[in-house]
Design a protein around this ligand. Structure first.
Ligand SMILES: Cc1cc2nc3c(=O)[nH]c(=O)nc-3n(C[C@H](O)[C@H](O)[C@H](O)COP(=O)(O)OP(=O)(O)OC[C@H]3O[C@@H](n4cnc5c(N)ncnc54)[C@H](O)[C@@H]3O)c2cc1C
Length: 287
């Protein structure tokens, strides 16, 4: 339970952090809240020789509105998200999801940047960001680029981040007024990662679904967008047959690991249940 030796760096600008990461190479890792990286180091599943701490960089923390988008700085903690009235009003699904992550102790330290950059299929924010159509801002030695969350995840712990790049913010388009939302998460106990979870954002008019996006957490080696399942509910009143069709379409793209949270068939089954519950709750909340 004691990490191996490492060198500690505390840059004060993104440029300095990026230069350090580029120069030190693959043995260097950014450190944000440390609530994924440090446990992995304690278990010797990660053995970086250099930690580049992002805590000393000003301007990476905070929530602001930019036109029709909410921009969240990478070092904004999960607690900051929960304390924000802007998030509660404009992006209530982000508030709901943050509240389902771990416990207050973890949420005081864990950051949105660390959660989405980590690449762990068990993290809750990545599938939500895909559902919301968010874009990640990455800054590195060759400049700045925006990568849609939907294109960011390549496999377990593999992302679009290049050596030396730092994720500096997450930009989220505001969902339509009157949208319905839900993040349904099944976990073995309070504070646990998801056995299966589903995020839904939808709009309704005249009792029928007009638009819908569905994201899935911990049901594959990377977060998933259940596009066919979402398509199946558009134009419907979300009757029983449609809900079943959506669950079946979502289950068709799930490939969870068999682990302490259950065998594959069980996790796919409860994955379908999460999709149905999230659709029903989102529909009930839609204006
Ligand atoms: C007991 C426990 C329960 C938990 N339960 C959940 C849960 O239910 N759901 C959930 O989603 N999470 C859970 N977590 C994880 C927690 O949310 C982490 O805080 C989060 O995954 C990582 O955020 P961090 O700021 O701590 O990042 P760190 O641990 O510091 O970093 C994580 C990884 O991301 C990289 N990184 C960090 N920031 C950046 C950046 N800005 N740019 C580029 N790379 C970066 C790091 O190099 C590292 O590889 C749990 C953690 C614990 C300890």
């Amino acid at each position: 339970m004691i990490p191996g030796q490492f060198n500690y760096h505390r840059p004060t600008t993104v440029g300095e952090a990026s230069r350090l990461l580029s120069t030190l190479g693959t043995e260097a890792r950014p450190l944000a809240g440390g609530h994924s990286l440090i446990p992995m180091m304690k278990l010797r599943l990660a053995t970086p020789e250099h930690l580049v701490d992002l805590q000393g960089i000003e301007g990476l923390r905070g929530i602001r509105r930019e036109g029709g988008r909410i921009v969240v700085g990478a070092m904004t903690t999960q607690h900051d998200l929960l304390a924000s009235s802007e998030i509660a009003q404009s992006l209530p699904i982000l508030h709901e999801t943050a509240l389902l992550i771990a416990d207050p102790q973890v949420r005081y330290r864990g950051t949105i940047g660390g959660n989405v950059a980590n690449g762990d299929p068990g993290n809750d924010m990545p599938a939500l960001m895909m559902t919301l159509g968010a874009t990640y801002r990455l800054e590195g030695p060759t400049g700045t680029r925006g990568v849609p969350a939907a294109d960011f995840y390549q496999g377990a712990y593999f992302t679009a981040l290049e050596q030396g790049e730092i994720l500096t913010s997450v930009s989220i388009p505001l969902p339509a007024a009157g949208h319905g939302y839900a993040y349904e998460k099944l976990k073995r106990k309070v504070g646990d990662y998801a056995t299966a979870a589903a995020a839904v954002i939808l709009t309704r008019a005249g009792g029928r679904v007009v638009s819908c996006a569905i994201g899935l957490t911990n049901l594959s080696e990377k977060p998933l967008l259940a596009t066919e399942a979402a398509q199946a509910v558009i134009g419907t009143s979300l009757d029983e047959a449609t809900l079943k069709k959506a669950a079946t379409a979502a289950q068709a793209i799930m490939s969870p690991a068999a682990d302490a949270r259950g065998p594959v068939e069980y996790r796919k089954h409860v994955g379908g249940v999460m999709v149905v519950r999230a659709l029903q709750r989102a529909a009930g909340r839609a204006a």
